[in-house]
Design a protein around this ligand. Structure first.
Ligand SMILES: *Cc1c(COP(=O)(O)O)cnc(C)c1O
Length: 446
């Protein structure tokens, strides 16, 4: 084993980290993880941390889970990877069937990829080509401000976070944007309510009425995560579904963050009885083990791509590792663990407990807003509670609070000055309390 000093040195010398200002990173002491066990991560210096962001929102049943490990080992003894371009493999078939079984009625086809951004990219291309194959030339997507769908250029085009995406504006295709529901509602009505929902849906309806070149409406499911955990008014997703059906355009729902139990049900769509034309999955699909994503779609879309070979109707898209055997095997085991450990049944009481405890944050002098959907939480820090004035961006207040939490063994990564809590679903009440107490303590220390 290399000593920690050398690893730290090489990490800073050779490794360019994602979403990271490397100048700052190289000046700081960083965590280098070596192993995990349940909700805990251990770094190369032997320190122990609760993984309170599920290793960027993807871990579900904990690290180093015996059942997931075994599924992986069993598959590894057979074969690690075989191509699915024109051939198939056992776990990818079984997983496709399982995903269709647990997804909203009407989603019957599974297209695999490796990351959430690709799952969205595929929904973009499929929806666009769907209309072409039907002989219609449509090219416009309706999206939401503050949306986040990943970092590839197509997904960035659907996205609306200027801070991440502004630089690439010239490279993106144009979309029609509706306001971010949460920000819109806050500004007009002070809160999420029936009136703001109706007003937003009316705006969407006006757009849909006035255009005949709309490919699809795309949005995240129930909450805009990367924008800082901004929930939609209840029923908004349902309303969008009704309008897309009424005006005959497709609907892309991004469940990459919300899928696999995160909001209390297997998929958020269930909570509003929505079955979209495309459902994008990623993050928790393998329980946080391996990169895998999927775009689910309908019989109607699938059928539009059928034809004789020479008609060129098929989908010219694929990746080297599409439907990777190991990833699909562990994704199957992930779903089995949901049943065996009754993950969703047990989650209910934890979500309620979390809601109650979150009330306490409103009393803190630097907390401006507290937002929650299931096991997705955003606590917004402000400089001045009364006026809502923010801390200057360059001060990295969110990171300071996260670093403070490390002193008590809690690993967090904020979104700007929004503290994110998103622990593995398997966390118990006592551990959850410890995370909450630690975060409160860290915010109070500001
Ligand atoms: C994380 C995320 C993505 C992108 O997934 P990657 O695997 O990081 O490419 C897309 N959509 C949503 C809602 C996400 O939270």
């Amino acid at each position: 084993m290399l000593n920690p000093e050398i690893l730290e040195k090489w990490d800073k010398e050779y490794f360019w980290h994602p979403f990271t200002q490397m100048k700052v990173y190289r000046e700081e002491e960083n965590l280098i993880f070596e192993r995990g066990e349940g909700i805990y991560l251990y770094d190369i210096k032997g320190r122990k941390f609760i993984d309170a962001i599920s290793s960027l929102w993807c871990n579900v049943h904990g690290h180093n889970h015996p059942k997931l490990n075994k599924a992986l080992e069993d598959q590894l003894k057979k074969v690690a990877h075989t191509t699915t371009l024109g051939s198939s493999n056992v776990p990818a078939i079984l997983l496709a069937k399982r995903l269709v079984d647990i997804s909203p009625e009407g989603l019957t086809k599974v297209f695999y990829s490796e990351d959430g951004a690709e799952a969205v990219e595929i929904a973009i291309k499929l929806s666009y080509q769907y209309w072409r194959n039907k002989g219609e030339k449509r090219r416009v997507f309706i999206t939401l401000s503050e949306a986040y769908h990943g970092d590839t250029l197509g997904s960035v085009s659907l996205g609306g976070i200027d801070l991440f995406h502004g630089t690439y504006k010239d490279l993106l295709f144009e979309t029609l944007k509706l306001p971010s529901p949460y920000l819109f509602c806050k500004e007009r009505y002070g809160k999420l309510c029936e009136e703001c929902k109706e007003e937003l849906l009316n705006m969407l309806e006006e757009l849909l009425k006035s255009r005949d070149d709309i490919v699809a409406v795309s949005l995240e499911a129930g909450i805009q995560g990367a924008a800082g955990m901004l929930p939609f008014p209840r029923g908004f997703l349902r309303g969008v579904r009704e309008l897309t059906q009424r005006y005959g355009v497709l609907m892309i729902v991004d469940e990459v963050a919300t899928g696999f139990g995160r909001t209390g049900s297997m998929f958020y769509c269930e909570q509003e009885g929505v079955s979209p034309d495309f459902m994008c999955l990623g993050k928790g699909i393998t329980g946080g083990y391996l990169p895998l994503a999927a775009t689910l779609t309908t019989e109607e879309v699938f059928n539009a791509f059928l034809g004789e070979f020479g008609e060129l109707k098929h989908f010219y898209h694929g990746h080297t590792y599409t439907g990777n055997n190991l990833a699909c095997a562990v994704a199957l085991a992930n779903l089995e663990v949901f049943e065996e450990e009754k993950t969703l049944e047990k989650l209910k009481i934890k979500i309620e407990h979390l809601s109650q405890r979150l009330e306490e944050f409103w009393e803190l002098s630097h907390v401006g807003d507290v937002r929650q959907l299931g096991f997705m939480v955003g606590i917004e820090l402000v400089k001045d509670k009364k006026s809502g004035e923010k801390f200057p961006y360059g001060e990295r207040t969110g990171f300071k609070v996260a670093y403070k939490c490390r002193e008590r063994g809690v690993f967090l990564r904020p979104l700007g000055d929004v503290m994110v809590l998103m622990p593995p679903l398997v966390i118990d009440i006592e551990e959850l309390d410890y995370v909450i107490d630690t975060l409160k303590w860290a915010i109070e220390s500001l």
